[in-house]
Design a protein around this ligand. Structure first.
Ligand SMILES: Cc1cc2nc3c(=O)[nH]c(=O)nc-3n(C[C@H](O)[C@H](O)[C@H](O)COP(=O)(O)OP(=O)(O)OC[C@H]3O[C@@H](n4cnc5c(N)ncnc54)[C@H](O)[C@@H]3O)c2cc1C
Length: 389
């Protein structure tokens, strides 16, 4: 992990997890070797504060969901400087919010990965654009199994039978979809809009009210030259406005360019900025970049010049992991027969992430397979009822 040093503009501090050591020794080594961000007394106080999490395992981690990161650190006697130096950057990277809002459970889940898995801290980039390199192989796989993928066909309504099970889905183009089982894999905010009135008071759906997407902004900037002060890695900016960033001309094969840099930056927390104009956002971003690249970027563009930029606003992204959200995350199998949920917000052991979304899909598929026999019997019953009437 590589962190920018706000008090030494243009410099970085690294946590290197040695390949030769197994977890958790490689993580402990990485922390002990870094003397730029935390001093020895702070490291010892942090380690002592973390001890119950290491000894208490998953049960302890889950029990910390009621605390924000800031409150937990204070409760454990960890100095505020540790939160400011390390956990502002980590909270923003994990959930696009600051440690005074983020649930400590989220940070402990991430730290546990570092301590339990040798490659838990490893970061990887897709080698090209997501539609081609991520979505297309999935679509091809579905086609190869005889499935169909319909684009631009949003679910508009869920219509019910008299017993409150799903009769069919109505799409935005008017088409009706009938199935043996229904899986909704939209973000939680969309699911809440789609919920039929008859389901809204069911506890399983009612507790979803607490899960609300967090706003975040992505900034992409193409520069006229190659920036030198960068790495082939994700970088923690430790800027008050920005979160992580990367020079995609270095980290991603498809965007490789030996002469020009393309930065992708996460702008977070974004609540105060989501409705601002593009030029206000790019102005604020450049102000922060001038601190990260003092020799190469200045606000007036007298150094590196912007060739073009693109701003992507996501007003409701992953669910905001504030304290006491964990009990509100739904299992993939709903109490409605034949109706299932998937998505990173559903119950799974990883965080709100792509990895978490994939795991939720697997758990959902598992639930459907477990229910297969009675789902089939239910459909057979329906067919028989139709033929006898
Ligand atoms: C700026 C940003 C950076 C991120 N960086 C990372 C990262 O580095 N690593 C990581 O692991 N995760 C990252 N994430 C989180 C990651 O993107 C999510 O955790 C993941 O995409 C969640 O997957 P999902 O399938 O649950 O939901 P989504 O990916 O949101 O998929 C939901 C789908 O539902 C569709 N949909 C919406 N409405 C309807 C409707 N009415 N009918 C039918 N379909 C509908 C949408 O079009 C979408 O395709 C990042 C997120 C953001 C916003």
């Amino acid at each position: 992990m590589i962190f920018a040093m706000p008090n030494k503009p243009g410099e970085f501090s690294r946590f290197d997890f040695p390949e030769v050591l197994p977890a958790p020794l490689n993580g402990i080594w990485a922390i002990l070797r870094n003397n730029e961000m935390l001093n020895w007394s702070e490291k010892i106080q942090f380690a002592a504060g973390l001890l119950p999490a290491i000894l208490g395992g998953q049960a302890y981690v889950e029990a910390q969901d009621g605390f924000t990161v800031t409150d937990w650190m204070r409760k454990q006697g960890v100095p505020d400087r540790v939160t400011n130096e390390v956990f502002i950057a980590m909270s923003k990277a994990l959930n696009f919010i600051n440690p005074d809002e983020l649930s400590m459970q989220c940070v402990l889940i991430a730290l546990n990965r570092f301590l339990q898995e040798k490659h838990g801290s490893k970061m990887a980039f897709l080698d090209g654009n997501p539609p081609e390199r991520l979505c297309k192989p999935i679509v091809d796989h579905i086609h190869s199994l005889g499935g169909e993928v319909r684009l631009n066909s949003r679910i508009q309504r869920i219509e019910l039978n008299t017993d409150r099970t799903v009769r069919h889905l109505v799409l935005s183009n008017g088409n009706v979809i009938e199935g043996d089982a229904y899986v909704i894999a939209t973000p939680v905010d969309i699911l809440k809009l789609l919920l039929p009135d008859d389901w809204k008071e069911i506890a399983y759906f009612k507790k979803l009210e607490k899960l609300v997407g967090v706003p975040v902004i992505n900034v992409h900037i193409w520069f006229d030259r190659k920036l030198k002060n960068t790495y082939n890695h994700l970088l923690f900016s430790r800027s008050p406005l920005l979160s992580v960033y990367a020079d995609m001309s270095v980290t991603c094969k498809e965007y490789y360019d030996p002469n020009k840099s393309m930065l992708e930056l996460v702008f977070a927390p974004a609540k105060e900025w989501i409705s601002r104009t593009d030029s206000e956002i790019i102005h604020a971003t450049m102000e922060e970049l001038a601190k990260l690249f003092p020799d190469e970027i200045s606000m007036d563009q007298s150094k590196a010049k912007i060739l073009k930029y693109h701003i992507v606003r996501t007003p409701r992204s992953v669910y905001k992991t504030i304290p006491n959200c964990e009990p509100c995350r739904p299992l993939q199998r709903s109490p409605i027969e034949g109706f299932y949920l998937a998505g990173d917000y559903t119950k799974q052991k990883y965080l709100a992430s792509m990895e978490g979304a994939v795991l939720s899909g697997k758990l959902c598929a598992q639930a459907i397979i477990e229910d297969y026999e009675w789902l089939a019997a239910r459909e057979k019953g329906k067919m028989e009822a139709v033929t006898t009437t």
